[in-house]
Design a protein around this ligand. Structure first.
Ligand code: GUN
Ligand code: FE
Length: 493
C-alpha cells in the first residue's frame, strides 16, 4: 500500500491490510504490517473472520494499492482533438482548433457517443475524481453529467459560460441565457442524489475565462457563488502573455465593480476577485505568469491552482512556479487540460510537472551560499511531492481532502490496483525483482541478502512507485475503485 502523507512524504507499506465497508465504501481500518501468518489474528482483532461476508483480496508480488488520481482540470469535449494543433499558442488554438470541435456538441447524438468514450478512457487512466469542462451547450453537458454519474466516477461537471469574444457559431446569446442554462444544469446534477454528503457528481460554475464573459455575466456568477457556498468554481488564469494583455484591456479599473476608487490597477486574478469569483472553492487552471500581488490575493482568498504542465509546454504558455506556490501555502493539484495537453492521463501530467520544475530550477540556479532549507521554490519537485499533487493535493484543491486523496481510515476507498509485473504488458516498468537477470537499476549486489538485491521491501516498493509514475500507463492500472466500487481498469469487465 502506498499513500501520501504530507507535501513531501508518503508511506510505503509492503505488507499492509486495509478494510473497506461494502455498504458505505469507506476505509474502516488499515494495519501497517500483516505478514500472512498473522492474518487470522489481525482479522479477529477487528471482529472479523474469513467467511462469506468477508472478501479477501490479495495483491501479487509487483502489485500495489494507491489512491486514485485526481484530474483537477480537463475539457471533455476536446478529447476528440487530442494531439492536433500544437503549432498554435492559446488564442489562435482556441479559434482554429478548439471552438470548431466544441461547437459540434450541439448535436446530442455526437455528444453522447463522444462522452461515453471519453469518460471510459479517463477512468481507465486511473482518474477517480475529475473536474470536467463541458461545452456551452446545456443538453450536451447534461449528457456528460449522466454518463459520469452512471459510470460511478467522482466528478465536478460544468457548462461553459461564454457570452462574448467567441465565434458567432459558438457563443451564448446573452448573459441572461447563460445564467438560466447554468441554473438548470445545477438543479439537474443535484437531483442525482438526495444529499450533498453521498453525492459523487457535483455541479461547478465554469466561466470559461474572463475574456469570454461580459462583466454582467461574471457579476451574476459571483452572486450565485455568494448565495450558494457549496458551489465550486473553475476557470482559467494567466496562461498566456497575449491572453493577459487582452484581459487587462477588457477590464480596466473603471469596468470593475467599485471602479477606480477600489481598484488602482488591473491584475488578472484581481478581475475574478472583483466579481466575487475568487473563493475557497475556486480552481484556477494554469497560473503561469502571476504577479506577486496576485499570488498574495489567491492565498488570502484561499483559492487554489490546477497545474497543467503538459498543456503549458504544448501551447508554449510557460512554466508555472509550482514550488513557490506550494511554499506560500497555496493549494495545488494537477490537471491534464486536454486537449491543450495531449494526454488524458495524470501520469503524463506528473512526468511533465517534474520536467517543468527542473526547467524552473535550471533557469533560476539556487544560491550556493545559502544552506538547503527544505523549501521547494525554484527546486525540482521530489517524487513524494509529485505523488501528493496527483492525489491528496488534488483532493485539497477540490476541498474534498476529508473524504478522498489518501488511503486513510474514514475516507472513501477511491483507489487503484497498480501492477508493475511483466504480465501487465508494459516492459518499461518491469521491476528488476521480476527479472533479476536483467537488473540494471538495482544496487547490483546479488549476493547481499535474502532478497538478493541489497534492498529492503520498502525500498523496492518505493522503486515500483517511481517507475510507475515515470514509465507507467493504463496497461499498469488493473482496477479502479470509487467509493469501494470497481468502476474501471484493465480487469474491469
Ligand atoms: N482558456 C480559455 N479556454 C481554454 C481552453 O479550452 N483550454 C485552455 N488551455 N485554456 C483556455
Ligand atoms: Fe483548460
Amino acid at each position: 500500500l502506498i499513500t501520501p502523507e504530507t507535501l513531501t512524504s508518503y508511506r510505503a507499506l509492503p505488507k499492509a491490510l486495509l478494510s473497506v465497508s461494502r455498504t458505505t465504501g469507506v476505509i474502516e481500518w488499515v494495519e501497517d504490517d500483516v505478514p500472512s501468518y498473522t492474518l487470522q489474528e489481525t482479522l479477529a482483532k477487528h471482529g472479523l473472520e474469513l467467511n462469506a461476508d468477508v472478501e479477501l483480496i490479495e495483491l501479487k508480488d509487483g502489485e500495489f494499492l494507491m489512491p486514485g488520481f485526481i484530474d483537477t482540470h480537463t475539457h471533455a469535449p476536446q478529447v476528440p482533438n487530442i494531439g492536433s494543433g500544437q503549432q498554435h499558442e492559446l488564442l489562435d488554438w482556441l479559434a482554429e482548433v478548439t471552438f470548431p470541435m466544441e461547437s459540434r456538441f450541439q448535436d446530442i447524438k455526437f455528444a453522447r457517443r463522444a462522452y461515453n468514450a471519453v469518460v471510459r478512457r479517463i477512468i481507465d487512466c486511473g482518474t477517480t475524481t475529475c473536474c470536467y469542462y463541458g461545452t456551452l451547450h446545456l443538453e450536451a453537458t447534461k449528457v456528460l453529467a449522466d454518463i459520469v454519474h452512471t459510470s460511478g466516477q467522482r466528478a465536478f461537471v460544468g457548462k461553459c459560460n461564454m457570452d462574448r469574444h467567441s465565434p458567432d457559431y459558438y457563443v451564448e446569446p446573452s448573459a441572461q441565457d447563460s445564467l438560466v442554462a447554468t441554473r438548470d444544469l445545477i438543479t439537474y446534477i443535484r437531483s442525482f442524489s438526495s444529499s450533498e454528503d453521498d453525492t459523487l457528481v457535483h455541479p461547478i460554475l465554469t466561466p470559461r475565462f474572463a475574456i469570454s464573459c461580459t462583466p454582467e455575466l461574471l457579476n451574476s456568477l459571483g452572486q450565485m457563488a455568494d448565495e450558494d457556498k457549496n458551489l465550486a468554481i473553475q476557470t482559467h488564469l494567466s496562461e498566456n502573455e497575449a491572453e493577459i494583455v487582452f484581459t487587462k484591456s477588457l477590464f480596466p479599473p473603471d469596468v470593475l465593480p467599485g471602479g477606480c476608487k477600489t481598484h488602482r490597477k488591473t491584475t488578472y486574478a484581481g478581475v475574478y476577485d472583483a466579481f466575487g469569483l475568487l473563493r475557497e472553492n475556486t480552481i484556477l487552471a494554469h497560473a503561469v505568469h502571476l504577479e506577486d500581488e496576485e499570488v498574495e490575493l489567491i492565498k488570502t482568498r484561499r483559492a487554489g491552482i490546477s497545474h497543467c504542465p503538459t498543456s503549458n509546454f504544448n501551447l508554449r504558455s510557460g512554466c508555472a512556479k509550482v514550488g513557490m506556490l506550494l511554499d506560500k501555502g497555496i493549494k495545488v493539484g494537477l490537471g491534464t487540460d486536454v486537449s491543450g495537453g495531449f494526454s488524458p492521463s495524470i501520469l503524463t501530467a506528473i512526468q511533465h510537472a517534474s520536467i517543468c520544475s527542473k526547467v524552473v530550477a535550471t533557469s533560476v540556479p539556487p544560491d550556493p551560499t545559502s544552506p538547503p532549507d527544505g523549501k521547494l521554490t525554484n527546486r525540482q519537485l521530489p517524487v513524494p511531492t509529485l505523488f501528493y499533487l496527483a492525489t491528496l493535493g488534488g483532493a485539497s484543491l477540490c476541498n474534498l481532502s476529508s473524504q478522498i486523496g489518501s488511503l486513510t481510515p474514514g475516507k472513501f476507498f477511491d483507489a487503484l490496483v497498480v501492477s508493475v509485473r511483466n504480465d501487465a504488458g508494459n516492459p518499461n516498468v518491469w521491476g528488476v525483482e521480476f527479472d533479476r537477470e536483467l537488473d540494471v537499476r538495482g544496487s547490483g549486489g546479488e549476493e547481499e541478502d535474502e532478497g538478493g538485491r541489497g534492498k529492503n521491501e520498502t525500498e523496492e516498493l518505493e522503486g515500483m512507485l517511481e517507475r510507475f509514475l515515470f514509465c507507467g500507463d493504463d496497461r499498469n492500472i488493473r482496477r479502479v475503485y470509487v467509493k469501494g466500487k470497481l468502476i474501471g481498469g484493465k480487469e474491469y469487465q
